[in-house]
Design a protein around this ligand. Structure first.
Ligand code: ADP
Ligand code: ZN
Length: 729
């Protein structure tokens, strides 16, 4: 490949992270530079970093174009990476500077080794908050991930250095030495894996053949939890590493990484590089650099690892590909699963999408021949999918204020007698979803959001699940001030835990809910204890549905199978189907066949019936037909524009104005719905209004949206965000 160099003084275009949506003209620095080089450039009175994007556009007075200061000592950004960032920007309608921020989000990249800098770390609060301390913390928060020299930070915030030293003592900020960047220990792809069963071996062979082809391809690897998907895709990783190319494994949740690291170590003799928000700043910097310099063969990470500067990426695995957390809902709104496919196609890499319950999108892509599909038919070893039955709650005698039916109680008793574990599943955190005054009927809501306050009895507080606002549980009704009349209505996991403790006084009952653990590490530790038998009954939210191993668990009781079927979201059926099958898959991993019991008031509902019968292909086909008829994804395209403002009227006015200016949408035959309150209508005191656009699959939606949105000027306190492929519609 020929890379054209720019001689010193030549006109170059530099992309910076400054919020200007264009590449800026500079002159090449002394010694010249090449496309992809990281450079330091003057920007107003400051110096900022950027990447040489190509030749300059020449739209400034040539006499005024400034010279870039120097080429930074960082591995240049490869052409495919630059193209990838551009394509994601075009698809998601994100300004390029924001894309560059995503791709260079590692702290202190250009610091010399040994330099000590101040970082903000998530935890640790000063005992006393003073305005000066708050200024320092705010600045660090605002520049998430950046590190500052102590003196530099003091100067920027106008505080004395003693203020920062105080924060260091309290642990609210930390000082770390910029690390020497060392390569990760070598993984040995030639170590033997486990002997594979027939269909595992066939699947592994097919993936290896894809890797050997050296071209792009996407494969859906489908198999129930425990069928050996991880075992199989580790074979693909081995084949990729053996060819000297790098591999990336994306996991939907940090809590899953520890177990995965251990498995990689057992398989390849060393741990891979890690990339997610729980990794220290120094490690993240090391990871970024080593990925670029080919000093990291395998990365396991969260969705943002997709934007790491791989030297030669040969394989991306997206585990639990159906998981909704792959969609980033803040800042750059991208879906990591879809962008993984895009990146792989540019890198000539293979993608493996692994799931027990694939997304409808992936299922349709297989049907249309865009993706290959490999099935792992049975569980590894003697275990099989659990027996699934409904408990018809209309005929069960459940006392009021209780949610565990006699039938479910009997099944749990049996497990207790046999020394096996049971899981009671309810996808609702807290004690009760609603606190109601029995005197006046008032429901306690959040001050800032359009949501109810949820009682968390273990934490002795009310909490808003949308904005995190908490308040002490009041003694009297905030409306009528009558005392002693506030009542908890409906169940959350904490309340089910209480009920289980009362029903089974001799059993060890434990609750697994994300809000009850201070850190991912603490949660992980507890999960391991439970897997080893530290509890008889586990009460859990959807946290437990995500791929954890509980070998002694033989019964899953779903407290409310109808929960996800309410509401008007078109994806409700798909979500419920996936979640119920995932949860049921927790039962009976080892020798004993498990049972899943679904409490339901509508056991004849088609989704509940499909879950029970296990007729997945039938379910997907019916669901796909319904989506096709409605013209919605994956058969049509959708996008949302969300306008938020502290003032509801302003948000609606802006929405209505946009709705009237819909000519660009009409030109592509798109339909417009709204403005209407967004699915989450009020967050942190901001009102959110959404306009939904639906278009034919082939319509040039992005261009029309960009034109459309550009017609209104957004006032300073309002915000407008475009969301391509929204999660709910
Ligand atoms: P999945 O990713 O589909 O949930 P895993 O790959 O985690 O399945 O496999 C489930 C369990 O079975 C793991 O403990 C794994 O090590 C074990 N296992 C799977 N296949 C084999 C095999 N061929 N030989 C030995 N153990 C296996
Ligand atoms: Zn709130």
């Amino acid at each position: 490949m020929t890379t054209s160099r720019f001689e010193e003084g030549a006109l170059i275009g530099v992309l910076t992270t400054q919020p200007l949506d264009r590449v800026l003209d500079y002159r090449a620095p002394r010694g010249g530079c090449a496309p992809g080089d990281h450079v330091e450039v003057p920007f107003g009175p400051r110096k900022v970093n950027g990447v040489v994007w190509g030749p300059g556009a020449g739209d400034y007075d040539p006499a005024k174009v400034k010279s870039a200061i120097r080429v930074l000592d960082l591995p240049p950004m490869r052409a495919v990476m630059r193209e990838f960032l551009g394509r994601v920007a075009d698809y998601t309608l994100t300004p390029m500077p924001a894309m560059l921020r995503l791709a260079t989000r590692a702290p202190g990249l250009t610091d010399p080794p040994g330099m000590r800098k101040i970082y903000r770390r998530g935890h640790g609060q000063p005992e006393r908050m003073t305005p000066a301390r708050a200024r320092v913390l705010d600045l660090l928060e605002e520049h998430d991930g950046l590190a500052f020299l102590l003196g530099e930070l003091a100067e920027l915030t106008g505080v004395g250095s003693s203020v920062i030293k105080g924060l260091l003592t309290s642990g609210a900020v930390i000082e770390e030495e910029a690390p020497r960047d060392v390569a990760y220990p070598t993984l040995d792809p030639h170590m033997p894996g486990k002997p594979l069963t027939g269909d595992q071996a066939a699947a592994a062979e097919a993936l290896r053949a894809g890797i050997a082809g050296g071209r792009y391809g996407t494969t859906l690897l489908k198999g129930v939890t425990g069928s050996g998907k991880t075992e199989v895709y580790l074979e693909a990783v081995a084949a990729c590493l053996a060819r000297g190319r790098q591999a990336l494994v994306l996991l939907p949740e940090i809590a899953l990484t520890a177990e995965f690291l251990t498995r990689v170590e057992a398989r390849f003799g060393a741990k891979p590089a890690e990339w997610h928000s729980g990794v220290t700043t120094t490690e993240r910097r090391r990871c970024w650099k080593m990925v670029a310099e080919n000093g990291a063969q395998l990365v396991v990470g969260a969705r943002s690892a997709l934007f790491l500067p791989f030297h030669d990426l040969g394989l991306i695995v997206v585990d639990e590909e159906h998981d909704t957390s792959y969609k980033q809902e803040d800042g750059v709104l991208y879906n990591a699963r879809d962008m993984a496919v895009l990146r792989a196609s540019l890198e000539r890499a293979q993608v493996v999408l692994a799931s027990a319950t694939p997304s409808l999108e992936s299922w349709v892509n297989v049907q249309q021949g865009k993706y290959a599909r490999l099935d792992l038919e049975s569980r590894f070893g003697p275990a099989v999918m659990p027996e699934m039955r409904a408990i018809d709650m209309r005929t069960e005698e459940v006392p009021s204020g209780s949610w565990i039916s006699p039938a479910l109680k009997g099944a749990v008793m049996q497990r207790l007698e046999r020394g096996e574990q049971s899981l009671l599943f309810l996808n609702r955190r807290g004690y009760a979803p609603l606190t109601l005054c029995r005197a006046c009927g008032h429901q306690i809501g959040c001050k800032h959001c359009d949501a109810r306050m949820v009682e968390h009895r273990f934490l002795k507080r009310l909490m808003c699940h949308q904005c995190g606002e908490t308040a002490p549980m009041p003694e009297t009704c905030p409306n009528c001030e009558v005392a002693g009349k506030l009542a908890a209505v409906g169940p959350g996991v904490e309340r089910i835990t209480e009920e289980a403790q009362a029903l089974f006084p001799d059993a060890r009952v434990t609750v697994l809910s994300s809000d009850l653990f201070g850190s991912a590490r603490a949660l992980k530790a507890r999960i391991l204890e439970i897997a080893e038998g530290a509890a008889d009954i586990v009460v859990g939210t959807q946290l437990v549905a995500k791929g954890h191993n509980f070998p002694k668990l033989t019964l899953v009781g779903v407290i409310d199978s109808d929960l996800g079927l309410q509401g008007s979201d078109l994806r409700a059926a798909e979500r419920t189907f996936q979640l119920m099958r995932q949860v049921a898959g927790r039962a009976g991993r080892a020798e004993a066949r498990g049972t899943a019991l679904l409490q339901s008031f509508q056991p004849e509902h088609p989704v509940i019936r499909a879950i029970l019968s296990g007729d997945e292909e039938g379910f997907w086909a019916a669901e796909a037909a319904a989506r096709r008829a409605a013209g919605v994804p994956p058969y049509g395209r959708m996008a949302g524009i969300v306008i938020s403002s502290p003032d509801m009227q302003q948000a609606f006015d802006l929405g209505n104005r946009l709705a009237r200016l819909d000519a660009p949408l009409r030109r592509i035959g798109a339909q417009l719905f709204g403005p209407a309150p967004a699915p989450i209508a009020r967050v942190r005191g901001r009102h959110r209004v959404r306009l939904l656009v639906k278009a034919e699959k082939t319509a040039p939606l992005q261009a029309a949206l960009a034109q459309w949105a550009a017609q209104v000027k957004v006032p300073a306190n309002a915000r407008l965000a475009i969301d391509i492929d929204p999660q709910s519609f």
